[in-house]
Structure formats: structure tokens, C-alpha cells
Design a protein around this ligand. Structure first.
Ligand SMILES: N=c1c2ncn([C@@H]3O[C@H](COP(=O)(O)OP(=O)(O)OP(=O)(O)O)[C@@H](O)[C@H]3O)c2ncn1[C@@H]1O[C@H](COP(=O)(O)O)[C@@H](O)[C@H]1O
Length: 111
């Protein structure tokens, strides 16, 4: 899997998550979370973090991957709730790698 594909998957998921703001909580788990508010979403991120740690310490790689997917999903619901865009996070990561300027340009350069 390439860095670009991983980025595309997360960016696409974020777009769907953000589109659920104001949707019917009966029809969408994401909309239900937005409806419950920041404290509940943050609590879910904490729970999924702990489940990922438990999987890492006591279970196999498949469960670690599955719990990590739950964690990433809930983390992105928290980003959307708090007004953080994926590009804000990618820019922070890029800066730590010593990549300055446009993140998408940097990602193309790294392909
Ligand atoms: N990636 C996910 C995703 N990962 C995990 N989950 C949900 O997260 C929940 C975690 O389960 P838990 O047992 O911890 O939580 P729970 O008991 O159901 O709920 P709580 O009472 O604890 O809040 C499950 O209901 C999962 O279905 C997700 N729900 C939605 N998505 C994606 O989000 C997008 C929007 O989905 P909808 O909100 O369903 O429209 C779609 O692309 C989905 O694929």
C-alpha cells in the first residue's frame, strides 16, 4: 500500500464523516455521535485507544488492525467535531519530517 492510497482512504472517510453533520441520528452512527457532543466523542476515542492497546498486548495483528481502524474512525469524528481538517494534521506531520510548504505537493514528491 502506498502513502498516497492511505491518505486517500482517510481523506475520503473524513469527507463522509463531515457530511453526516446534521443527518438523522437514527440513520447514521456518525450523526448520532455528533448529536451526543464532544465529550462523548472524546470518550469513544479514549475507549478505542485502550482497545487498540489491549489488542497489541494480548491479541494478533488482525485485531490490532481492526481496533486501529475503529480508533482512526473515531479520531476523525473528533477532528470534524472540533473543526480540524485532515490537511491540518498532515501538515503537522510533514513539518516534523522537515517537509515545508504544500502538503499535497510534498506527498507527490515522496511517491
Ligand atoms: N468507519 C466507520 C466505523 N468504524 C467503526 N464504526 C462504528 O463504531 C461503533 C463502535 O462500536 P462500540 O461497540 O464501541 O459502540 P456502540 O456500543 O455501538 O456505541 P456507544 O453506545 O458506545 O456509543 C460501531 O457501531 C461501529 O459500526 C464505524 N461507523 C462508521 N464508519 C464509517 O463512517 C462513514 C459514515 O457511516 P454512518 O455514520 O453509518 O453513515 C461510513 O463510511 C462508514 O463506513
Amino acid at each position: 500500500m502506498t502513502k498516497t492510497l492511505e491518505g486517500d482512504i482517510l481523506d475520503r472517510l473524513y469527507t463522509v464523516i463531515a457530511s453526516r453533520k446534521g443527518s438523522d441520528p437514527e440513520e447514521s452512527y456518525t450523526a448520532k455521535l455528533f448529536n451526543k457532543g464532544t465529550a462523548k466523542i472524546a470518550q469513544k476515542v479514549g475507549e478505542e485507544s485502550v482497545e487498540t492497546v489491549i489488542a497489541a498486548l494480548a491479541e494478533g495483528p488482525e485485531n490490532v488492525a481492526s481496533e486501529s481502524a475503529d480508533l482512526l474512525y473515531h479520531l476523525m469524528v473528533l477532528w470534524a467535531d472540533r473543526g480540524v481538517e485532515p490537511t491540518d494534521v498532515w501538515a503537522a506531520l510533514a513539518k516534523r519530517q522537515g517537509i515545508s510548504g504544500n502538503v499535497e505537493k510534498a506527498a507527490r514528491k515522496n511517491k
